[in-house]
Design a protein around this ligand. Structure first.
Ligand code: PMP
Length: 425
């Protein structure tokens, strides 16, 4: 077999650079929270396929479900010959998603596709066109996904024009001095300067911004947005693609708020490594598009749906919501303690296991992407795979499988501390 370097040379010739690749080593196999490369090196995986593996790599229950489905059929196109597993998965999600009143769920393949369809449904239901999103948001790489995304580099550069009627509000951020009132005031300004409220179909928000830096939406913001939506007949869409399925210590992050979204998008950890996304919403909203308006050849793929059933079983049977809270508290506690002696850390925050540490230049207090990258590199050299995020690229986020063994988690925290010290002193 070839070395990492040999394969990487071939990659550079065969694949476009636009699909940016973080690591210079190639995966060979993986198990729960460990990943091995083709040269046999082991890594503790705190990236988890970008928040996809809350139940870990190759969870035995997920594998068994996929194998059983593999022996029955792998594809019929649900819109042509349907299968019961999609119906029962919709029923399970409808019963658990924090939606007011009766809910319905439609399945797709990627997170971006879920977002696209949420907007389609909201437009059809309201008969309106405008959509409001937030600065720093990430909603995907399709045309509408890019339009909604609130970060230009690298996602939007050179790809326009994007669909119109999309507006952005500042996302509250205590570290960078933006309050909930600032955001809600900007919304009122938007209605004055850009678009009348009666032409807005939806406001879309991540309950915790993912790519944008693990910024947690304060309850006051959710309540303020819900009030504005109710006043003007606007739908509230919660994009739970990254926050969903236990990452924050609840099945959905919206459960932390008393107000409800009209539509929730989900993907990533929904199917434990298989491509599956979903849009769940109030039944009358979801039924707005006419038959044939929604769907996709691969939407609700049988193998992915089987995996999702197993993921939902495992989250309950292994107490992963409770584990998410416990591991997140342990990590946040450690980071908060290390912060005392590490002036490069400018913030530590988290909701359940959606934990982040933010870096700033100790002298200037300016956000420092260089410091975050250095910590990431030092950790990787020690066998710990970390991801960065944030509008300034200065945040390290933690996305370990919630199934990670306690001993491996504690060892990873020791590695993280070493990497922090090596990078910041
Ligand atoms: N929404 C959010 C909140 C996301 O984090 C992502 C992916 N990072 C997406 C949408 C897009 O999902 P996908 O990459 O599966 O299209």
């Amino acid at each position: 077999s070839q070395t990492n370097q040999q394969i990487d040379q071939r990659r550079q010739a065969a694949a476009p650079r636009g699909v940016g690749v973080m690591c210079d080593f190639y995966a060979d196999r993986a198990e729960n929270a460990t990943l091995w490369d083709v040269e046999g090196r082991a890594f503790t995986d705190f990236a988890a396929g970008i928040a996809v593996l809350n139940t870990g790599h190759r969870h035995p229950a997920v594998l068994a479900a996929i194998r059983a489905q593999l022996d029955r059929f792998t594809h019929t196109a649900y819109q042509i010959v349907p299968y019961e597993s999609v119906v029962s998965l919709a029923e399970r999600i409808n019963a658990r998603a924090p939606i007011a009143g009766p809910a319905k769920t439609a399945f797709f393949t990627t997170g971006a596709e879920a977002v696209e369809n949420a907007v389609k449904i909201a437009r059809r239901h309201t008969g309106r066109s405008g959509v409001i999103a937030f600065g720093g948001a990430f909603h995907g790489r399709t045309m509408m996904g890019m339009a909604l995304t609130g970060k230009v580099a690298p996602y939007k550069i050179g790809f326009g024009p994007f669909p119109g009627e999309v507006y952005h509000l500042p996302f509250p951020n205590a570290v960078h001095g933006i309050t909930v009132d600032d955001s809600l005031h900007a919304l009122e300004q938007l209605f004055k300067c850009d678009i009348e409220a009666t032409r807005v179909a939806a406001i879309i928000i991540e309950p915790v911004q993912g790519e944008g830096g693990f910024n947690i939406a304060p309850t006051a913001l959710m309540e303020g947005l819900r009030a504005v939506c109710d006043r003007h007949g606007i739908l509230l869409i919660a994009d739970e693609v990254q926050t969903g399925f236990g990452r924050t210590g609840k099945l959905f992050a919206m459960e932390y708020h008393s107000v409800r979204a009209d539509i929730i998008t989900m993907a990533k950890s929904l199917a434990g490594g298989m491509p599956l996304s979903a849009v769940c919403g109030r039944a009358e909203v979801m039924d707005a598009p006419a038959p044939g308006g929604l769907g996709g050849t691969y939407a609700g793929n049988p193998l992915a749906v089987a995996a999702a059933h197993a993921v939902m079983d495992v989250i309950d049977s292994e107490g992963l919501l409770e584990r998410s809270l416990r591991l997140g508290a342990q990590l946040q506690g450690a980071l908060t303690e290390w912060r005392e002696s590490c002036p490069a850390i400018s913030d530590v925050r988290g909701l359940g296991s959606m934990v982040a540490v933010e870096f700033a230049d100790p002298a200037t207090r300016e956000p420092s992407a260089a410091l975050a990258t250095r910590v990431q590199k030092e950790a990787l050299a020690r066998g710990l795979l970390l991801l960065t995020c944030g509008t300034y690229g200065n945040v390290i986020r933690f996305l370990y499988p919630l199934t990670i063994p306690d001993a491996q988690f504690s060892a990873a925290l020791t590695t993280l501390h070493e990497a922090l010290r090596a990078a910041t002193f």
